[in-house]
Design a protein around this ligand. Structure first.
Ligand code: PLP
Length: 378
């Protein structure tokens, strides 16, 4: 696969629309298209779509995903799950992250009365603490075993290690082992030429592990994979039943290189104003690390992509200053007061820094949505 030739279809907000910057603007039509296309892909391949909401943290977008056909949502934090259950009315939530510690287990037990919860486990200790608490509360909790298929983050190692742990967990009275999951993030972080191979390898390792667990008499119903860069590949592996991409709703600068999308498919941008121009080849945008985050791009250099200006580089960030180095062709633009749209390198943490999304359609502001789960890191 070759890296993307980015299609830059221009800004999403009309120049005469007044905005107080920096702010995050979202094109409603690009968002809907991203949601619909991922759902269509899942339907075509016969897998359930359970999107990860850490990218948008916004009840309105969760409802759009469910309306399009998602079977439920994925969250990383209980605080996110609480918002999605209570403000988006979502009835089925996977926490693809360990739930550890008494305060969290108490919140989980309370949340189980409001929505169906499934929790990822990857250690005997965490599973046993959950099981004991469930027995005490008179409940049984569905769990997925998280499996490490190469990312070397969380997860029991695929194969014998995971199968052995599955047997231990399946014997616990307070939990019901219903599935296995992996996050094949290592595939997306690889060179584009090997993403497909790594993604399919991860899928195959997870399916083989599930088969080993079933052979031990444990009837798993779900084999769940998830990541946006590998989303066209891992779910096509026979035996995979569920996919959990998150970033696809907005897409970002990091993803240009994956050959899947260009700026025209990036729904969320930081609108920013030139606040200083003290040199011909340099200006300051009012989006620093508190808007764009410091996340690096695996794609082109710099701290974001300035829509319509592929050669202007957001070279440095202070908290409130985005230092842009201007190529010769850009030096006639970027006057103080001019507004630009910057696609973040990594949109998920950038969303977590903003209170609201300004929703635009055909260049005009049509709504404002609260990022209700922003800051919900517990
Ligand atoms: C466990 C898990 N599942 C799914 C995802 C979604 O991946 P992506 O952001 O590539 O869409 C993530 C992302 O961090 C994750 O950690």
């Amino acid at each position: 696969m070759t890296p993307a030739v980015a299609t830059d279809a221009g800004t999403i907000v009309n120049p005469d629309v007044v905005l107080d910057t920096p702010c995050m603007v979202v094109d409603a039509d690009i968002l809907q298209r991203n949601i619909d296309e991922m759902q269509a892909f899942a339907n075509t391949h016969g897998v359930a779509l359970r999107p990860h909401i850490k990218t948008h943290k916004t009840p309105e977008i969760a409802r759009m995903q469910i309306a399009a056909g998602a079977v439920g949502l994925t969250c990383a934090k209980l605080g996110e799950a609480e918002v999605m259950a209570d403000q988006a009315g979502v009835k089925d939530i996977l926490m693809a992250y360990p739930v550890v510690g008494a305060p969290k287990i108490a919140r989980l037990i309370a949340l189980m009365d409001r929505t169906h919860m499934t929790i990822a486990v990857d250690t005997e200790d965490a599973a046993r603490a959950l099981s004991d608490a469930m027995v005490g509360a008179g409940k049984v909790l569905d769990v997925y075993l998280e499996v490490n298929t190469g990312q070397d983050r969380a997860g029991a190692r695929a194969g014998e290690e995971a199968i052995a742990l599955a047997k231990v967990i399946a014997a616990m009275p307070g939990v019901n082992l219903v599935g296995v999951m992996t996050h094949e993030g290592h595939a997306g972080a690889s060179d584009p030429s090997v993403i497909e191979e790594k993604a399919k390898g991860a899928g195959a390792a997870l399916v083989a592990t599930a088969e080993g667990i079933r052979a031990a008499g444990i009837p798993l119903r779900t084999v769940s994979v998830g990541s946006t860069p590998s989303s066209r590949f891992t779910p096509t592996v026979k035996g995979v039943t569920e996919m959990r991409p998150g970033t696809y709703v907005f897409n970002d600068n990091t993803g240009f290189r994956h050959g899947v999308w260009g700026p025209d498919r990036c729904a969320a941008r930081i609108a920013a104003t030139v606040v200083s121009r003290t040199a011909a080849d340099r200006c300051i945008l009012d989006c620093g690390s508190k808007a764009l985050t410091m996340d690096a791009s695996l794609s082109q250099g710099g701290h974001g992509y300035i829509v319509g200006h592929p050669n202007a580089v957001v070279a440095r960030l202070s908290e409130e200053h985005g230092v842009v180095l201007l190529s010769e062709e850009d030096q006639g633009d970027f006057h103080v007061g001019d507004r630009y749209e910057v696609i973040p390198n990594h949109v998920c943490p950038s969303v977590n820094l903003t209170d609201e999304l300004i929703i635009v359609r055909n260049g005009e502001i049509v709504d404002t949505w609260r990022v209700a789960a922003r800051g919900k890191v517990r």
